[in-house]
Design a binder for this molecule. Structure first.
Ligand SMILES: Nc1ncnc2c1ncn2[C@@H]1O[C@H](COP(=O)(O)OP(=O)(O)OP(=O)(O)O)[C@@H](O)[C@H]1O
Ligand SMILES: [Mg+2]
Length: 186
């Protein structure tokens, strides 16, 4: 489709990413970075934490140790949370209310589909019982009911300290303003 954008490049430091206009006929927007080390992943998270809108749901996908929690730690820092963000592998959900928006950090690794269904996680993105914030979900493939729109962020290994990150907006998730932030800042 005309006007779709691709953001490709290396997220090593400011100025490294390249924003390219998509070509006609392209099926989906491709936003892809190489993350040269844990600091690059954290830095990407900080940009996201500064810019994501209330109600954003992020599905974090990637193998064990691919950097999902590291990215959420950056998101927390970008939101202005000073408390240390630790993996909710055992607690399942950690909530942080100190920042610009609440951060709800979930890790479903240890759960079965039926257990996840019983947790009524839609509470986190409906904005009725809890204030809308950023919902970051590790191992979101354990969810069989999904929010109407969300951002899939997929991390893959590329060597010991290098990762590739890709963004896939789903439903009506607004990605253009994030592209602008990433394009402007990096
Ligand atoms: N480019 C990179 N991005 C992120 N982490 C990196 C990178 N290079 C090395 N690392 C290291 O990889 C590890 C990633 O751990 P992290 O807990 O963030 O992964 P995870 O995907 O959340 O794992 P899990 O599936 O167990 O929850 C950390 O020790 C981090 O320092
Ligand atoms: Mg983790």
């Amino acid at each position: 489709m005309v006007g779709r954008k691709r953001l490709i490049g290396t997220f090593k430091r400011a100025g490294d990413a390249v924003l390219v206009q998509g070509m006609q006929g392209e099926k989906e927007r491709l936003i892809k970075f190489t993350l040269a080390g844990a600091e690059a992943t954290r830095s990407l998270g900080i940009t996201l934490g500064r810019s994501l809108k209330a109600g954003s749901v992020i599905f974090l996908e990637g193998d064990l140790g691919s950097g999902k929690t590291t990215l959420v730690q950056g998101i927390g820092a970008g939101l202005g949370i000073t408390e240390s963000i630790v993996s909710p592998t055992f607690t399942l959900i950690n909530e942080y209310s100190e920042g610009r928006l609440p951060l709800y950090h979930l890790d479903l690794y240890r759960l079965q589909l039926q257990e996840v269904a019983a947790m009524q996680l839609e509470t986190y993105w409906e904005g009725i019982e809890l204030p809308l914030g950023i919902v970051a979900i590790e191992w979101a493939d354990r969810l069989d009911y999904k929010p109407p729109s969300y951002l899939r962020i997929c991390l893959t290994y590329q060597g010991e300290a290098e990762r590739v990150v890709e963004f896939f907006p789903v439903g009506e998730f607004q990605i253009d303003y994030l592209l602008n932030e990433l394009g402007n800042n990096y």
